[in-house]
Design a protein around this ligand. Structure first.
Ligand code: ADP
Length: 834
């Protein structure tokens, strides 16, 4: 069926709605108790939702029940679709076409209410706009109202931001090419490179123009300048933020009333963690199914909002001494006041996800049960404030001041809401007795009606002499008098038969219908009135959103600070001294994730010193000795220190860093057509281009992906470059023991190795970092540990001894050299070159 054919009025209405939408949007059209998809939408939707496709008058369709709509929307959106909801705007009347309207369009970045939302994770949609040599970026989490904007200098930083905030959707202007967005054969756009899945949507380019974007923001925030948000001198940020907010309001029909401010992203105030480093260090998400991310290892927050804030602290570690020290002081305070901390955390636990609930209030999807949970959460505020007001600590006092009590609102909600209201507004039972006299009256009438029914039943039994006569209720016929077949002959003349069932007959009388009218009439009017009162309560909450959001910012911070104090106490973390000089000094540091996966005391602590006189550590040792764990540990502790958190060590002094880079393991990206070695070199090139004397660089086995001579030569040259040009603090784990010679040439390069003991022909890893290099690789012993068959091990030993004897003669046979190109051959070349 086409739009032009003879259409029923309802299908005309369908097409009217459909025409308003971009072609990729699926239209869910309300028909009574179902939302239906039609035509091509139905075919696509049925596949994604696993529904049966039916036909009505040749039109393919499929439907989902209204009650479960959010779950179905979630599934469609997760599959990358945008979905429009066209709802009935009035109660259906017989013979009349119901008024319908598109109430919202849900896209990956806006679907906040399905079951896919993680409580402790933000769900960002990102806006992007290039302006001269800047890239304007902005983020909105519509489910909490968080709105961020800033501008970047390079496309490289764009990837760092993408990994940092993990947007699920990116909005870009029509007609503008971005080097990092590629288009496939079907015209679908996606991000270039190894970043996570993310949907790209084009939006009107005029919406990104400075004038349009700025005036949209000014109107929304009802201000005359954006200076107050720090965006006065940031045109690229304004263009991106204004268009993104408009996209939510005008394209997706979302309410924006809970977006009450815009926070500036200041790249200069953040410790940058290179995109690759964020992934390989597994800061917010782990790459393996069984492993833990840093977030998971250190998260002790008790509220979803606290969890989200801790993630942000990990994604945006600060390089501002004042910010870090302020957090440290607050954590110290909570550590020294364990009873108060426990008390506070017990109260915080009772505070639900107010930010997401407020967003639902703003969008109009909140249900009575959720309103009750808003009330319960707000009830805790005076208790929190009373507890904090007796404490004397700078940041904590400020947070206490930020908490507004909302007494009036709580009082109103307490008076109005039943203790356990239902999820739905359909059946009433939301509003307490005594809140609204008109409602009480209607309810009384309905109750009274029930009493009349009981009296009526009794009276009829007596009049007819039928003792088993009963009053029943039925959806179709309303109230009925039920009599068994055998006794039905005794019913009086004025009983009108309505229904005959297997064993009983059912009748009505005019008197019964009169009672029914009173009962049902008052009941329906009561439900309607309750719904109206519920709407008014929602509006009252909506008017307090800005104030409650500010309070929640303070509550989230309190949750994170006390949770970090809990962590510090539980796992014996220390407060690092932060200094403004290039130094990392850690005494007995532990890897925060690996340590937690082991029995207490099994993890071997290791110390680290990096500073002006010891800028590069070359760490040799066999596979499995613990090199990677050690170098990652230094990166993770440095990062944690910049969030303000305490760190797993006995003592530490950490200098403020500008960036952390890593090149770890083989991030094979074959799907993107890049070999392991190419990826490795790309990542290393990035480090050599960008690392500074204030950066921490972690390199693991660089050069491994190619032949030994190639790899070793590259590794050598890379260390020299880091030493001479970048001058960064660096840890270089390598199995090329030949690199140890670098320490003889350059005084600020030092050799370390992982201690290993040999016991009874077996290798024992001591996991201790010791001074000096090692040239033993124990590969064969490790292979044995891994279960390589004995005959293979024996053969390998023979070949090794052949090679070693060849080495002593200083001229390996060509045959060995060709077949066994390995590290032990390098000295020949090395010696020749010297
Ligand atoms: P390498 O990089 O030298 O091959 P890894 O760092 O991958 O070695 O460490 C191998 C294993 O040793 C890790 O999976 C971890 O379980 C264990 N390990 C590493 N460091 C320590 C340590 N300090 N204490 C205890 N176990 C450790």
């Amino acid at each position: 069926m086409k739009e032009t054919e003879n259409l029923t009025p309802m299908m005309k209405q369908y097409w009217e709605a459909k025409r308003k939408l971009p072609p990729d949007v699926l239209l869910l059209f309300r028909l009574g108790d179902f939302f239906e998809l039609f035509l091509e939408d139905a075919k696509e939707g049925a596949k994604i939702l696993n529904l049966v496709l039916t036909q009505r008058q040749g039109v393919p369709m499929c439907g989902v029940p209204v009650e479960n709509i959010e779950g179905y929307i979630g599934k469609l959106v997760k599959a990358g679709k945008r979905v429009a909801i066209c709802d009935q705007m009035e109660q259906p009347k017989p013979g009349q076409l119901v008024k319908r309207q598109i109430v919202r369009i849900v896209s990956p970045g806006s679907n906040g209410y399905g079951s896919f939302l993680h409580p402790k994770e933000h769900q960002f949609c990102m806006g992007l706009f290039p302006w001269r040599n800047k890239l304007g970026i902005s983020f909105i989490d519509i489910t909490t109202g968080l709105f961020l904007a800033g501008q970047l200098d390079t496309n490289k930083e764009f990837f760092e931001m993408v990994v940092r905030y993990k947007p699920v959707e990116i909005i870009v202007p029509e007609g503008v090419d971005f080097p990092f967005i590629r288009r496939d054969a079907q015209g679908k756009e996606a991000l270039e490179g190894p970043v996570q899945d993310c949907f790209i949507h084009r939006y009107f380019s005029w919406a990104f123009s400075y004038e349009e974007a700025k005036s949209f923001l000014l109107n929304h925030f009802k201000v005359s300048s954006l200076e107050g948000y720090g965006l006065g001198e940031m045109p690229a940020a304004v263009c991106s933020a204004g268009a993104l907010l408009r996209y939510f309001g005008e394209e997706l029909h979302q309410s924006l009333s809970h977006i009450v401010k815009i926070l500036q992203i200041v790249p200069q105030h953040i410790l940058w963690i290179d995109a690759i480093a964020q992934k390989t260090l597994e800061i917010n998400h782990t790459q393996s199914k069984s492993g833990k991310s840093l977030f998971e290892a250190i998260d002790r927050t008790v509220t979803p909002g606290g969890g989200r804030l801790l993630r942000r602290w990990l994604s945006e570690p600060s390089n501002q001494l004042s910010v870090i020290e302020e957090r440290q002081q607050a954590i110290s305070f909570w550590l020294n006041n364990p009873n108060k901390r426990k008390e506070l955390r017990e109260i915080l636990e009772k505070i639900g996800d107010l930010e997401r609930l407020l967003s639902k209030v703003s969008q109009g999807y909140v249900n009575p049960r959720e309103l009750s949970s808003i009330k319960e959460s707000l009830r805790q505020l005076p208790v929190v404030k009373a507890l904090l007001s007796s404490l004397d600590e700078g940041l904590i006092c400020r947070l206490c001041e930020d908490i507004a009590l909302e007494n009036e609102l709580v009082e109103e909600l307490e008076k109005a809401l039943e203790e356990n209201p239902p999820f739905s507004t359909k059946e009433g039972g939301i509003i307490k007795k005594g809140y609204c006299p008109a409602l009480d009256e209607l309810k009384e009438m309905s109750e009274q009606g029930k009493k009349w029914l009981i009296d009526f039943e009794q009276k009829e039994r007596e009049k007819t002499g039928i003792k088993t006569l009963k009053i029943k209720y039925n959806q179709v016929f309303g109230y009925l008098i039920e009599v068994s077949h055998s006794q039905s002959k005794w019913v009086p003349q004025h009983y009108e038969r309505r229904q005959t069932l297997a064993n009983v007959e059912r009748f009505i009388t005019p008197e019964l219908k009169e009672i029914e009218l009173k009962i049902l009439g008052s009941k329906n009017r009561a439900i309607e009135l309750e719904q109206n009162l519920f709407e008014v309560l929602k509006e009252k909450i909506a008017s307090r959103i800005p104030s409650i959001q500010k309070t929640m910012e303070a509550i989230n911070k309190l949750d994170v600070l006390t949770s970090l104090a809990d962590l510090a106490q539980e796992r014996n973390y220390c407060k690092p001294t932060m200094v403004d000089e290039p130094v990392i000094e850690i005494e007995e540091g532990r890897h925060p994730i690996v340590e937690q996966c082991m029995a207490s005391g099994d993890f071997v602590p290791n110390s680290t010193y990096l500073g002006p006189d010891q800028r590069i550590l070359l760490i040799t040792g066999p596979n499995m000795a613990g090199k990677s764990t050690y170098i990652r540990q230094v990166a993770l502790l440095s990062l944690l220190a910049h969030t303000g958190s305490f760190i797993p060590a006995k003592k530490a002094k950490i200098g403020l860093l500008d960036r952390i880079f890593t090149r770890i393991g083989s991030n094979d990206d074959l799907a993107m057509g890049q070999s392991t070695f190419l990826v490795e070199m790309n990542e290393t090139a990035n480090i050599l281009h960008n690392a500074t004397s204030r950066s921490l660089v972690i390199l693991d086995e660089v050069g491994r992906g190619t032949s030994t001579f190639d790899g070793l030569s590259l590794a050598w040259a890379i260390v020299e470059e880091l030493y001479k040009t970048n001058r960064s603090l660096s840890l270089f784990a390598t199995h090329y023991h030949e690199l140890a010679k670098l320490a003889d040439i350059y005084p600020e390069i030092k050799n370390y190795s992982m201690a290993v003991a040999e016991r009874g022909g077996n290798v024992v890893f001591l996991r201790k970092v010791v001074k000096g290099s090692t040239d033993k690789s124990y590969g064969i012993q490790v292979a044995k540990l891994a279960g390589i068959p004995d005959r293979v091990i024996e053969k390998a030993k023979k070949i090794l001894s052949m090679m070693e004897s060849g080495q002593k003669k200083k001229s390996p046979s060509k045959k060995i050299k060709d077949s066994l190109d390995g590290p032990s051959l390098f000295p020949y070349l090395f010696d020749q070159e010297q």
